[in-house]
Design a protein around this ligand. Structure first.
Ligand SMILES: Nc1ncnc2c1ncn2[C@@H]1O[C@H](COP(=O)(O)OP(=O)(O)O)[C@@H](O)[C@H]1O
Ligand SMILES: [Mg+2]
Length: 329
């Protein structure tokens, strides 16, 4: 299959005079053309940092990539100059940020905001008329009638505003779209509509997508593969089907599933994983999940678990160390 993105052993820190935050600690994953990878985990797991690293948008000078490679269509993005990177943004990849509503300019017509992106990244040489036509096409792509280009963001409902944000991200038809919790602010019905639309557009435009979320329902709806993140590491990496199937799982993944409320029965208790994500300035030794893990063994406190292939997917947990069907990494 055609690999569009390959992240290898990526580590990222935020450095200040007072402390070093170990936000991402040696993660690896890859993404094929036309596929969607879900990046899931609790707040603080390092999901947004991973996305910002790929787009080279980490805050300067605190955010530092300390190790690894990020290959987009074979090119290591970490080797590119700022100017080369700027040329790539929009056209090759684009991002929908967490809190997308604040991405819109309240005093600018939505059509102008899409045109701005087109002119900046995708179509510097196009005539005004051509840009205007692309604006209309882009709006229609996300299900907004073209005439609404002359309206301001406040004239749109939450769900429609989110479509505008998606239109801006898709204006230049990027090969890779990174969506950071894109529907958290929407109510459930609208959320489902927006997600369905995003999946449809992904197919139509033959785009690849990274969907960042803490919601396993969203994973089930849109993702092909899933990487479960904890304390800056990928603890389990599998197809969506495998993640939702019984069988071998990282105890953290099992815990995440335990925190889904049962909406139908109403009797099943919400069982969130006890405890908190460790302080990223002082990560625990051994397995970073051991302080919260119900299956903790002696070695978990001292030895970091290797990533092994088990039941056809990757798990980093001592429960499976030594039983693996073949070491990986
Ligand atoms: N600009 C920053 N400066 C210092 N620490 C940061 C910064 N941004 C994020 N962090 C820290 O990095 C860790 C990972 O954060 P983030 O990538 O935002 O996680 P997620 O998106 O999974 O919630 C957290 O501990 C967070 O507090
Ligand atoms: Mg985040």
């Amino acid at each position: 299959m055609n690999t569009i993105l390959e992240v290898k052993d990526l580590s990222v820190e935020y450095r200040t005079d007072l402390e070093t935050v170990h936000a991402v600690n040696g993660i690896s994953f890859s993404l094929h053309r036309g596929q969607t990878l879900g990046l899931v985990g609790e707040t603080g797991a390092g999901k947004t940092t991973t996305a910002l690293s790929i787009l080279r948008l980490l805050p300067k000078p605190t955010g530092v990539v300390t190790a690894g490679e990020i290959l987009l269509e074979g090119v290591n993005l970490l080797d590119l100059s700022d100017a080369q990177m700027k040329a790539l943004l929009g056209e090759k990849m684009s991002m929908i940020f967490q809190d997308p509503m604040s991405a819109l300019n309240p005093i600018m017509k939505v059509g102008e905001q899409i045109a701005e992106t087109l002119i900046l990244h995708g179509a510097p040489h196009q005539t005004k008329k051509q840009v205007e036509q692309r604006v209309e096409e882009t709006l229609e792509l996300v299900g907004i009638p073209a005439f609404r280009k002359n309206e301001y963001p406040h004239q749109f409902s939450g769900g429609m505003k989110q479509r505008v944000v998606i239109a801006i991200a898709l204006a230049c038809q990027p090969h890779l779209l990174i969506a950071d919790e894109p529907t958290t602010a929407l109510d459930v019905t609208i959320q489902a509509q927006v997600l369905a639309m995003m999946s449809e557009l992904r197919n139509k435009l033959d785009m690849s997508m990274i969907m960042i979320t803490h919601d396993l329902g969203i994973v089930a709806q849109v993702c092909d593969d899933v990487a479960v993140m904890y304390a800056g590491e990928i603890v389990e990496y599998a197809t969506t089907e495998q993640i939702f199937s019984p069988g071998a799982h990282h105890p953290y993944t099992t815990g995440l599933f335990g925190s889904i409320p049962d909406l139908k029965g109403g009797t099943k208790r919400l069982t969130p994983i006890e405890g908190l994500m460790p302080d990223p300035t002082e990560l625990p030794s051994g397995c970073k999940f051991h302080p919260r893990c119900p299956h903790k063994m002696a070695q978990c406190e001292t030895v970091p678990p290797p990533t092994v292939a088990f039941e056809n997917h990757l798990i980093s947990c001592h429960l499976y160390t030594g039983q693996a069907e073949g070491g990986l990494k």
